[in-house]
Design a protein around this ligand. Structure first.
Ligand SMILES: *Cc1c(COP(=O)(O)O)cnc(C)c1O
Length: 493
């Protein structure tokens, strides 16, 4: 399997090269040249497999430059011991045809662990394959969850460094505590005055700045990305779509070949794009339902075919979805346009210049045949948490609740009764204040007190929460977005 760029399809790279490089030279994103097929018989066989075995099935089709033992090392290092006893992607059935896929049983209590526990191991092997001797410095802009998950994945991994920028006051207190207490000799954490897009734009600028790259290279340091634009972030997420489907077969909720909907709380469009890739590989999908919060740029895009980022930015209770530029959408556009790299490059140019672009009618038709979309404002999101608790004694976080609320609207609007998987992207313990507010209209101000209240409701508390309370704050740096390049250079000195 070779990979190319969304903005220059003449380029051909191995998976290892894509992992190490992160972003293509001309700014495009790496995409597989084709989608490997997994047939229904193979999917049926997955129902008897462990998560790691399912991961091997899917990943071996894409990482053809990795040997079997290398791939097994990656999978086992990531998934055998780092997730709690529930496993990587367990299903919780709300009713007979609706399952919640809990993707938050990893070390940082959010779904990003699924990718970020394995990415460092992909990189470890990829470096050897690419004869890369430099220290790889992973640069991350985070809206909250990626940062901690990346820190946790890369901390003290030999030959790697990790630097994380998060929007000051744009993440929850719990998220901030998680990041600022991170241990490890190769970690750097810094708050940026601004929102997530400021932090992300700053990181993208550093990647594009040749003089910084030269300065770093003098110290034998090369930059790479762990944002969801890295192929190594995306490909592990394809696995759990197959896993959910296989579990539903095993649990006798569906028969092999039946179609399933997936509802995905969406920000940077990485998670839902992985679902699209799974569908392209042969997973029977009816609709992929893209759920947004009050920052509903994607909802409007799915309604009109116009992506318009020129709008007010809202801070919500689902901060990991507070995004106006969903970077991974570029990969979908590439596919929908019939791999038209020139057209994609022009759309991305328009986005950069004017904050807006429009896709062709043909692409729009294709888009809406696969995707549905909706958004939930703060009030609706809170109601979804409350309703889920009252009716099912099941506690969900704010991000998951956006998906639940959007799905409820979708069902009302379409009468579609296709079996559905709701992706649950974070533990309610990650946003305890907002969760309690939603259910009881009041909550302790302190996030840790709020977490203890949730425990009293009978929801199992992960051990990480108690540990976090006593950990010392190790990172206190704050910078302006213009100073991010300087900050990085100082940090590596
Ligand atoms: C990152 C994140 C999302 C959004 O995922 P994307 O891949 O960026 O669309 C949703 N929920 C939570 C909890 C997240 O951390």
């Amino acid at each position: 399997m070779l990979y190319t760029s969304t903005r220059d399809s003449s380029l051909k790279y191995s998976a290892a090269k894509c992992f190490v490089q992160g972003l293509s030279v001309e700014g495009g994103l790496f995409v597989p040249e084709s989608f490997p097929e997994i047939c229904l018989d193979e999917i049926a066989a997955m129902s008897e497999m462990s998560y790691s075995e399912r991961a091997f099935k899917v990943l071996s089709r894409y990482l053809t430059d990795f040997s079997q033992s290398e791939l097994l090392d990656c999978i086992n290092s990531a998934y055998n011991t780092k997730f709690d006893e529930m496993g990587v992607a367990p299903l919780h059935y709300v009713d007979d045809s609706t399952a919640v896929m809990e993707l938050y049983h990893g070390p940082t209590l959010a779904f990003k662990d699924v990718a970020l526990q394995i990415l460092p191991h992909f990189l470890k092997h990829a470096k050897v394959k690419e004869n890369e001797n430099a220290l790889i410095l992973i640069l991350v802009a985070t809206s909250g969850d990626t940062g901690k998950a990346a820190l946790e994945g890369f901390s003290d991994v030999e030959g790697m460094g990790i630097s994380v920028f998060f929007p000051n006051e744009g993440v929850s207190k719990m998220q901030q505590a998680q990041m600022c207490t991170q241990e490890g000799n190769n970690v750097f954490v810094c708050a940026v005055n601004g929102n997530f897009d400021d932090a992300q734009t700053g990181v993208k600028k550093i990647f594009a700045d040749t003089s910084i790259k030269e300065d770093l290279l003098k110290q034998n340091i090369k930059l790479s990305s762990a944002n969801s634009i890295n192929w190594g972030r995306l490909v592990p997420q394809v696995v759990y779509y197959f896993s959910a489907y296989a579990d539903m077969i095993k649990d006798k909720k569906i028969k092999v070949g039946d179609k399933v909907n997936f509802v995905v709380p969406t920000g940077n469009f990485g998670d839902i794009l992985a679902g699209y890739y799974a569908m392209k590989m042969g997973l029977p999908v009816n609709k992929l339902i893209c759920a947004s919060n009050k920052n509903k740029v994607l909802t409007e895009f799915f309604e009109t075919g116009i992506y318009n980022a020129n709008r007010e930015f809202f801070k919500t209770q689902s901060p990991s979805m507070d995004i106006l530029i969903s970077s991974n959408l570029e990969r979908l556009l590439y596919d929908l346009s019939g791999k038209d790299d020139t057209f994609v490059a022009s759309l991305m140019g328009q986005l950069k210049e004017n904050g807006e672009y429009k896709i062709t009618d043909e692409m729009f038709k294709e888009l809406t045949s696969v995707f549905a979309a909706g958004y939930a404002d703060e009030e609706k999101t809170a109601s979804a948490i409350k309703k889920m608790w009252q009716e099912n004694s099941y506690c969900i976080d704010t991000h998951t609740a956006v998906g639940v609320a959007v799905y409820e609207d979708y069902k009302k609007g379409t009468n579609d009764n296709t079996p559905t998987v709701l992706l649950s992207t974070a533990s309610p313990y990650k946003f305890p204040h907002a969760v309690l507010e939603a259910i009881f209209n009041k909550a302790p101000v302190d996030e840790f007190d709020a977490a203890d209240e949730i425990k009293k409701m009978g929801v199992k508390q992960p051990k990480q929460i108690a540990e976090l309370k006593t950990k010392p704050v190790l990172h206190k740096a704050v910078c302006n977005k213009e100073d991010m390049p300087k900050t990085i250079l100082n940090a590596v000195k």
